[in-house]
Write a protein that binds this ligand. Structure first.
Ligand SMILES: C[S@@+](CC[C@H](N)C(=O)[O-])C[C@H]1O[C@@H](n2cnc3c(N)ncnc32)[C@H](O)[C@@H]1O
Length: 327
């Protein structure tokens, strides 16, 4: 099995931090070809009894207008058990990713901060309006800060997907519960608190696990019609070339046909050293993509793709791609 670790040069006492101030190197594995069978996609019914509590909480307030809480990683690291397969593997091997087994969702990656700040900017500028009819899907959500941000801003539906059920239980659901329950403009408590699990009931969200390759089979309504979204959010999902076509197929299949403003926002590092994934290749793959059916009559590209944000001062350059349907 190949795995790799982005060599995080972080303070051990601050493991919850994102990778904002770290350098990345791969120490082994090519990251391109998972050598274990993919987990099939599944819908997860939140089992709130598996979310451990009490929890410690950090503020996530990277820019004006964004005030979220997130669960501190120290909590769930201390709860790793043999039943949390991905966590145990990750912990024991010191790997940040084990392709096809654990795909990095326990950490909060820096492009998720970029994407949340970018969304906040769109809302402030009036370029994005969120309301009860807005449908959002965050793919590869992990700590899910961008999706949770839009959930707290009133999106009618925010669905979340992560490869690992452990991540959904321990991180995604915990962060959602914390943010849906909290009073606005309050700071994270310094002492551990009970997770307000009751708020998860009746939430306008669904949760999916497993591989992107089979996710579409679950995103259908009772008549079998494809479910579409106004916004697809992806952060730090393009590190592995092996997964490009799966993500692009999902974008093609699930971007709303009825909403001309529907788009996918793909936030990532420009290059994942040692693993091969990079923004330029992903953009080219989007341009080269041709669907099996229903593409434009001229046989040309099906997407409009543009870079809408670039990091300015980072030693690890990052950007955000906007992908919409060519009409
Ligand atoms: C590096 S993590 C990024 C997590 C989060 N978006 C962030 O930026 O903090 C990559 C995420 O992509 C998802 N992922 C990777 N490969 C996948 C696959 N083949 N199928 C489904 N999800 C996958 C995992 O769920 C994982 O959480």
């Amino acid at each position: 099995m190949s795995g790799f670790r982005f060599n995080f040069q972080v303070n051990e006492a601050d493991e919850e931090m994102s990778d904002t101030e770290v350098s990345m190197n791969m120490t082994h594995g090519d990251g391109a070809t998972p050598d274990v069978p993919e987990d099939p996609a599944a819908q997860l019914t939140p089992n709130i009894t598996t979310v451990l509590f009490p929890v410690t909480v950090n503020d996530f307030a990277p820019a004006p207008g964004i005030s979220l809480w997130r669960r501190n990683a120290v909590d769930f690291e201390s709860t790793f058990t043999a039943s949390t397969k991905s966590a145990v593997l990750t912990h024991n091997t010191q790997s940040d990713l084990l392709p096809g087994v654990y795909e990095g969702g326990f950490k909060s990656w820096e492009a998720s901060t970029d994407l949340t700040i970018y969304l906040q900017g769109l809302l402030t500028d009036g370029q994005l309006t969120i309301g009860p009819s807005t449908r959002v899907l965050e793919l590869g959500c992990g700590s899910a800060l961008p999706g949770i941000f839009l959930l707290t801003r009133g999106a009618g539906l925010v669905d979340f997907q992560d490869y690992n059920a452990d991540v959904i239980h321990q991180v995604t659901l915990a962060n959602i519960a914390l943010n849906v329950a909290r009073r606005p403009d309050t700071q994270a408590p310094t002492e551990p608190i009970q997770l307000p699990l009751s708020v998860l009931e009746g939430l306008p969200s669904r949760f999916f696990t497993g591989d992107w390759a089979s996710l579409s089979s679950l995103l259908v309504d009772s008549q079998g019609a494809t479910q579409e979204y106004d916004l697809l959010l992806l952060s730090e999902t393009i590190y592995s070339l092996a997964n490009y076509q799966k993500q692009i197929q999902l974008i093609w299949t699930h971007l709303s046909r009825g909403n001309p403003n529907a788009c996918a926002l793909v936030a990532a590092k420009n290059h994942y050293f040692g693993v091969g994934g990079n923004m330029m290749d992903f953009e080219q793959a989007l341009t080269a993509f041709r669907p099996a059916a229903d593409g434009p009559a001229d046989g040309g590209p099906v997407f409009n793709v543009s870079t809408v944000w670039n990091s300015s001062d980072s030693s690890v350059p990052r950007s955000i791609l906007k992908v919409s349907l060519r009409r």
